[in-house]
Unconditional design. Sequence first.
Length: 198
Amino acid sequence: MDEVEWIRRIHEGETQYLTPLIERYYPGIQKYCYYRVRSEEESKDLTQETFYRFCRYIDRYKNAGKCLAYLYTIARHLCNDYLQKRYSLSCEQVGEIEKSFSQPNGSIEEQVEGEHLVHELLLLLPEEQREMVFMRFCLDMTFRDIARVTGVNVCMVQYRVKRGLIVLKSYLERSDFVEQETTTFHSNYTKKLPFVSR
């Protein structure tokens, strides 16, 4: 049974079909939230809030086969709100949070080998490119879905992803980083990032 049929049945009152829908998309949403906030505990809370809001307003959702993009849009707004509140804290509080972000909890790292390295690479990019490169190559999102989530037109998404890859490739080519670190990439990432030597 596909997503469209699940949504149709949920709208008809068969709420048990929420379970397979959530199970299908939960890991990707949590991965995105963790990427944004760099805290496993907060990423879990934000993921749960994403699905809570989705379930709460499911009757208003007009499915067009783009449920995942809709969920990422909710998650993105929640992460943005969270980060705005975090940055409004005192300098001392922010310093403590950033210190904890620089030493992320290992459990997600164990589930996704090499994610910390990917995050370090992405930090080389401006935020507008960073998020789109992450969505494209780490979440397997299409350019069109990224455009829907971020509110940026498809051509601009493609341009920013391309520019981001050029910056990363340039950095890797002019440093010893390639030889020393790329072998630690999880196979999923080395296959998806087109410029990484294997």
